[in-house]
Design a protein around this ligand. Structure first.
Ligand code: ZN
Ligand code: ZN
Length: 349
């Protein structure tokens, strides 16, 4: 019996900076690019401000829904937040920042947890150091900008990377995936993908280029959210539907530059029930892990952080023989680039 759940999938581009902090574009111009790039939901996250919620304000701009979160930005330990109205001041103990967001019913995600900084670009490391703290919703598993700078190891590789902005970003960093698996083994931890779009111009004499234009970066790392009903109608209802998916882990990280097709689904099924991505359930006999993809992929099935098996095809259907934390990665193309990273399903003892 096929119980492929009837979720409605939307593509969210999140972790985007505008002129309200250190990005170069106005929110209005970013929204225009988001529509061109086919972004369904734009998650604006300026540093320590939600000014975008005042001007132009959350809501629909053509076919793109603007949601205004923020990046709470202490010197290290940046935290992306959505659905919290009052932003915590960054200059206080980190666990209090996390707590203040949680108390308002907001969600929080550790940004670029393994950022390494960059000597050529003179960027310090913004890695997450508060590793004993908990209470946040999840982690940014794949950050386009942070990952891109890893490959800049001098002027030649920097130039190559500038001219080939979508190359070399083929899979999330192994240490980000490992951190996710470790945290998920303790308690449910939602993985999301972000861009960190700034479109900052860099210049030399009269030559100036943008790293990267919004239109380009909005086409890179996305977070696909799977909602229980279509968006439209009341803004509050739209917000609730998206919040529920992000909070429950009903989402997947997508490399949109590898492919933007919708239609991926992952679920666990028994004879009379099914559970979506992010769900927790008790192990029982005859459970099956099922998934579908709109394109031919190589499925990599991960149990408790270890690859259980890899196979090619459009579908996945295998028995769950024991409890564990199950997630899947989808690779595609001749170069087996990483395309989709789905949130885990937690099968408990
Ligand atoms: Zn940051
Ligand atoms: Zn940022």
């Amino acid at each position: 019996m096929n119980r492929s759940p009837r979720w409605v999938e939307y593509s969210m581009a999140l972790h985007v900076h505008s002129r309200y902090s250190d990005g170069s574009g106005t929110v209005a111009s970013i929204l225009r690019d988001a529509q061109k790039a086919g972004v369904d939901i734009l998650g604006l996250t300026d540093h320590d401000t939600r000014q975008g919620a005042v001007d132009p304000g959350e809501g629909w701009y053509g076919r793109t829904l603007l949601l205004v979160g923020a990046e709470v930005t202490p010197p290290q330990n940046h935290l992306l937040t959505f659905f919290a109205k009052d932003l915590p001041h960054p200059d206080q103990p980190w666990h209090e920042i996390v707590q203040q967001i949680d108390q308002q019913g907001g969600l929080s995600f550790v940004a670029h947890p393994n950022d390494q900084g960059n000597r050529t670009l003179r960027l310090p490391s913004y890695r997450w150091t508060e590793r004993l703290e908990r209470g946040f919703t999840g982690l940014e598993i794949w950050n386009h900008l942070s990952h891109w700078t890893d490959g800049v190891k001098g002027v030649p590789s920097g130039l190559w990377r500038l001219l080939n902005p979508l190359r070399g970003i083929d899979r999330p960093r192994p240490e980000d995936l490992a951190l996710w698996d470790t945290l998920a083994s303790e308690s449910p931890t939602v993985g999301i993908g972000g861009i960190d779009a700034h479109a900052v111009p860099i210049g030399w004499r009269r030559v100036s280029i943008k790293v990267f234009p919004y239109l380009l970066s909005l086409r890179t790392i996305r977070t696909q959210v799977f909602l229980t009903e279509p968006l439209g109608g009341q803004l509050d209802r739209n917000r609730d539907l998206i919040k529920e998916a992000l909070e429950d882990g009903r989402c997947a990280i997508m490399a949109h530059h590898v492919g933007g097709e919708k239609g991926f689904r992952l679920w666990v099924e028994s004879s009379d029930h099914s559970w979506p991505m992010g769900a927790e359930l008790k192990w029982q006999d005859a459970l099956r892990l099922k998934a579908t993809s709109p394109v031919m992929v190589t499925w990599s099935i991960i149990r408790n952080g270890n690859v259980l098996l890899a196979k090619e095809g459009y579908f996945l259907d295998l028995p769950i023989e024991k409890p564990g934390i199950y997630r899947v990665e989808l690779l595609r193309g001749r170069q087996q680039r990483g395309w989709l990273y789905a949130n885990p399903i937690y099968v408990r003892d």
